[in-house]
Design a protein around this ligand. Structure first.
Ligand code: PMP
Length: 409
């Protein structure tokens, strides 16, 4: 274990300090959403208590303060992913909204009948369905990179899947269902050879590792605040400035225009062109506070801590008879997610029994039905770890899985 102290960090997260079903809560559903530190809650509250006003509109003190905090938050989140310029960061409702923005704007104008969109079997539905909707509308074809028995992308197939017809390649940085970490730069390099635009679903990526969008080389990177200590309902789309500038607005309304005439309008500069209507001001400020909080942590030690938790969880779970763990065997290839099934026990039953022991895990298809299908299951149970989880909590999980085994045999 590293010198990073998760026990001290836990004190910053009020939600973690409670009993569930008479036992101290063990929160292992972090891939669904993370808990929020006090500083984020204070930032949300502080905005509503002192500065509440609409942004970019009023010429009064509160509006000035709200606008400043909102734009400062944009700069902080842009720095977190090493964007060259905060104007490349569009606030969205989350990853799903960011991907729909690209599909609805860039996709509608650039993908034509007969073009191909390359996806992977590893995707979350939010990086599948928007492309299915687009493909159906314009007559494009979807193609897929398959995964191997360890849930790793079959990248050897890329040369035959990528052709001059491939206009877009969209894949996740890290799989929420299996934890697989994908080699973004290699895929980007292959996609660029055929001139395809690349979108990375970073919902699970920006969370566990420092992300440098300039180094990754993709064209779009989508992520959500709520998985990385921020509030729900706020996320971001990073895009290359020239691409964002070339795109039509996604939605029309207030704040995204320059001038409005009877028959036509002109657009505001990016990113405001994509931010129609009153935005989630408090959410953006809270996301900024989340990034401030994460930036105080030693990134290397946090990564080592999460890797150690993962290794230990894989080791402890493997001792449970009937256990089947999905995803990469090597902890180097996977992020802090363990997806598993146990004999004939339904994952929902596993989750219910764990809940009675105060342990929160996720059970279901994890919005990744193509992954489930690949492994011939309809659902898995999933434990996912974050900065504040401890070895003791993994012991609690392993012990509770013995209770499950006792019940199901
Ligand atoms: N992609 C991945 C890999 C995810 O894990 C999630 C959230 N489970 C999403 C996309 C969607 O994110 P959101 O619900 O915040 O829009």
């Amino acid at each position: 274990m590293s010198s990073f102290d998760p026990v001290a960090i836990r004190r910053e997260f009020p939600t973690l300090d409670q009993q569930v079903n008479g036992k101290p809560l063990v929160y292992l559903d972090n891939a669904a959403t993370s808990q929020k530190p006090r500083s984020v809650l204070d930032a949300l509250n502080g905005y509503y208590l002192h500065d509440n006003a609409n942004v970019h509109r009023g010429i009064h003190e509160l509006s000035r303060r709200a606008t400043e905090a909102y734009e400062e938050a944009r700069a902080k989140v842009a720095r977190w992913i090493n964007a060259a310029d905060p104007h490349e960061l569009v606030w969205t409702r989350g990853t799903t909204d960011a991907i729909n923005l690209v599909a609805g704007s860039w996709g509608m104008d650039n993908i034509k009948a007969g073009d191909e969109i390359l996806l992977t079997v590893l995707e979350h539905h939010s990086n599948l369905v928007p492309w299915q909707l687009l493909a159906r509308r314009v007559g494009a074809k979807l193609r897929y990179v398959e995964i191997d028995d360890q849930g790793r992308l079959e990248l050897g197939d890329l040369p035959s899947l990528l052709t001059e017809r491939t206009k877009l390649v969209a894949f996740n940085h890290v799989s929420n269902a299996l934890g697989t970490i994908n080699p973004v730069k290699d895929i980007v390099a292959a996609a660029k050879k055929v001139g395809a635009v690349v979108l990375v679903d970073g919902a699970q990526g920006a969370v566990h590792m420092p992300v440098d969008v300039q180094d990754l080389g993709a064209d779009f990177y989508a992520f959500s605040g709520h998985k990385m200590c921020g509030p729900t309902g706020i996320g971001a789309l990073w895009g290359r400035r020239e691409l964002l500038e070339s795109m039509e607005p996604y939605q029309g309304g207030g704040e995204m225009i320059e001038f409005v005439e009877r028959d036509m309008s002109t657009w505001a500069e990016v990113p405001h062109k994509f931010e129609a209507g009153t935005p989630n001001i408090a959410g953006a400020i809270g996301f900024g506070a989340a990034v401030d909080f994460l930036a105080t942590l030693p990134a290397e030690e946090v990564a080592a801590h999460e890797r150690a938790l993962m290794s230990y969880a894989m080791e402890r779970l493997a001792e449970v008879p009937g256990m089947r763990i999905y995803g990469p065997e090597s902890v180097e290839d996977r992020s802090a997610v363990v997806s598993f099934t146990m004999g004939d026990a339904h994952p929902h039953d596993i989750s219910t029994i764990l809940d009675s022991e105060g342990i929160a895990v996720r059970a279901g298809h994890h919005c990744a039905q193509l992954v489930m299908k690949r492994f011939g299951v309809s659902a898995t149970a999933r434990a996912s770890f974050y900065i504040y989880n401890t070895r003791d909590e993994i012991d609690r999980l392993a012990d509770a899985l013995e209770v499950v085994r006792g019940i199901f045999g």
